[in-house]
Every structure is written in C-alpha cells, then in structure tokens.
Design a protein. Structure first.
Length: 384
C-alpha cells in the first residue's frame, strides 16, 4: 500500500480504462504488486470506504483549522495586549455609546473564535467513529476485527448501525457549519476594520501589506483583506446550503447523491483556512491612530450613562436618573463626572474594559491560543 501511495503522490500511478474508479484502480494495482491484494475488498464496500475516507479527511481538516484559528486568536490577543489602555468609543447601532478600549474591542473578536475552535474540535470527536465493516449497508458474514482496524486508524469508536454508518454525514455538516461560523465572525472583524480605516473614523492606518491602491485615484488606500473577509462569508454559506440540500430527504442507506458532499466540504475548509490566514495578517499589520481615538473619546455623550449612574449612587432610581440626564443632553447642559479614561478605570468588573482586566484577559486568551495550537499539532495521529 505504501508503494501505491507513493505512485499516487508522485503522479506515477497509471489508470486503466478498465478501472471503474479509484477504489478498483488501487485494488488492481495492489494485486499486480502482490497476490494478497485480491483480498483487499473482502467484507468491504465502496460505501463504507468512502464514509471512512471522509471521516479521516474531516479529522485532519479539523486539526488544521484549529491551528489556524489559534493563529488568528493569538494575533488578536497580542494586538489587544499592546492596546489594553487605548480608549476608543464603543458603538451600538453604529452610534457612539460608551468608552471601551482598543484591546477590549479586539478581544471581542477573539472570543467567538475561541468558541469556533471548540466547535471544530467537536467535529474531530464526532468524526471518530469507524465505519469499516458496515459493508454496503448490512455488514458482512466475514469475521472482521473492526476494533483492531479502528485502533490502527486512530478512531475511538465503532459505528453502531451499519445502515447509519454509510448514510451518516452529520460530522461533515458539523464541519461545514463550523467553517461557516468562522467565516461569519471574520466577516464582522473585516467590517469593523473597514469602518475604522475610513476617513470618517480614521482609527487605523492601513499598512501596505493589507491594502491596495486605486488604479485611478492616487490618494486611495483600500482595505482589500477586510473586504474579502466579508465577501468570503458568502462562499461559506453556499457550502452549508449545498450540503444541507444534498442530505435533505435522502432515503437510507447509501445514495449517489452523497458523492456531492465532498465538493461542499472541501470548499468550506479551503475557504476557512484562507480566510483565517488573511485575518491573522490583517490584525498583525493594524496601526491605530491614538490621536484620532482620543478625539473621538472627547465626545461628552459617551459619558451620559456614567452621569446617570452618579445619580443612582446618590439614591435616585435609574429610570428617573436616565430621564434627568437625557434632559441635560437635549438642553446641552450635560454634567460630565469624569473623563473617558477615568470612566474605564471605574469599570472594574469581570468582562469589562478596565485596562488591567483587558491586559489580563489578553494574556489568558494567548494562553488558550497556545493550547489550541498544541492540540492541533498532536491531532490527528499520523496514519500508518
């Protein structure tokens, strides 16, 4: 088998017109090398072989994806640590709301990627069932040692139902959804960077590595990577819809429709890997403009909620305090209790943007990223 693999890898493998597909071609070539090859297909079907191959691919893809997610998380956490105390406006409805820090905002993009990493690791576990021995759909009369094969392949469990084993693509659907989730989260990161890089915001300067110029307008510097992260999420959604549509309403057990699963899975994985690498590069080269950030944080409206909370601490019910401060804002007479920087220091709760807590969380997220990378480097176990 190793010789056949070398021939396939080096494009030295010769396919014959009589070969029905890759399975029969490998069996034929192996039999040419050794008579024992003629026993290769005993107790097997292309149905359970394809199910096995896809499971092994999904596990390898999950391992690689976790490593790339870890890289993007580490880039965000590293940049967040360097900007843990840089005040900036936080937004709701794309309107200035309350002060946060650059580090806090960047970590808000790291947190969903941490959840994505767990989704991908769950895919690795879900694909750990060994379907060989299920045959076409009803097992075999031959005394196969399924447990031994599963151990050799590094799989944790045996499939419990031979019909389900050849029909199941839940693990593939889980992988494509995890890739979609990654793409959606990177799309939101790309959107934020696009806003920050606009002249209207001016919060970041685009380095040459993450931008391109205009073929017509000399002054332009376009956030191409950020835009592509947003656009690439469409591919991910397309893969999800394509695979779900293939699986919808299929009768048990195996149907040739399932041949279409691979195009959706491969496309989703390749797209997610490309997007994660691009996102890491984007974050690494972000250059924040502290003066523009400080000017935006001078907006007194950012501290309106702080003013209301001063009244609450004096004993006024919050709704009444809210109304009082809203009146001051309308009249242009808002009394500001402190600066945005001072406001951040007072936000000393778990998960809040106090610079010390942001710095601490940045370090914790980096440690989680390193642990994910270590997991990726040890999974899956190399195949024999």
């Amino acid at each position: 088998m190793r010789r056949v693999k070398r021939e396939l890898d080096s494009n030295a493998f010769v396919f014959l017109e009589t070969d029905e597909d890759i399975h029969t071609a490998v069996e034929r070539r192996l039999t040419e090398i050794t008579p024992a090859g003629a026993a290769l297909h005993a107790g097997r079907s292309r149905n359970d072989q394809v199910a096995l191959d896809l499971r092994l691919y999904c596990r390898a893809a999950a391992s690689q994806l976790v490593g790339e997610v870890a890289g993007a998380i580490d880039a965000l956490a590293t940049k967040a640590r360097a900007h843990a105390s840089w005040a900036m406006p936080g937004y709701t409805h794309l309107q200035r709301a309350q002060p946060v820090t650059v580090g806090h905002h960047l970590l808000a993009h790291a947190e969903p990627l941490l959840r994505d990493a767990e989704r991908v690791r769950n895919v690795y576990a879900a694909a750990g069932d060994m379907p060989l021995g299920s045959g076409a759909l009803a097992g075999t009369t031959l005394p196969l040692m399924r447990e031994v094969v599963a151990k050799e392949l590094g799989l944790e469990r045996l499939t419990a139902n031979s019909m389900d084993a050849v029909a199941d693509r839940d693990f593939a659907l889980d992988l494509v959804y995890a890739c979609l989730s990654v793409s959606l989260h990177l799309s939101r990161l790309g959107e934020d960077v696009m806003l920050w890089a606009s002249s209207e915001f001016g919060f970041v300067r685009l380095a040459e590595e993450i931008a391109t110029g205009s073929s017509l307008m000399p002054q332009k510097k376009n956030p191409d990577i950020a835009e592509l992260l947003r656009g690439r999420s469409g591919r991910a959604l397309g893969s999800m819809v394509a695979l779900a549509t293939v699986l919808k309403g299929l009768p048990l057990a195996y149907d040739r429709d399932l041949q279409e699963d691979k195009a959706a899975v491969f496309a989703a994985v390749d797209n997610a890997l490309d997007s994660l690498r691009a996102a890491s590069l984007l974050v690494q080269h972000l250059e924040f403009d502290r003066d523009r950030l400080a000017a935006a944080c001078a907006d007194p409206g950012l501290l309106a909620t702080d003013a209301a909370e001063v009244l609450v601490r004096s004993g006024m019910p919050f709704r009444k305090a809210h109304q009082a401060v809203a009146h001051q804002v309308r009249e242009g007479k808002l009394s500001i209790p402190w600066t945005a920087k001072a406001s951040l220091v007072k936000r000393d709760l778990v998960g809040a943007p106090h610079p010390r807590r942001v710095a601490a969380r940045s370090g914790a997220v980096r440690r989680e990223a390193r642990a994910l990378l270590a997991w990726s480097e040890t999974h899956p176990r190399p195949l024999p």
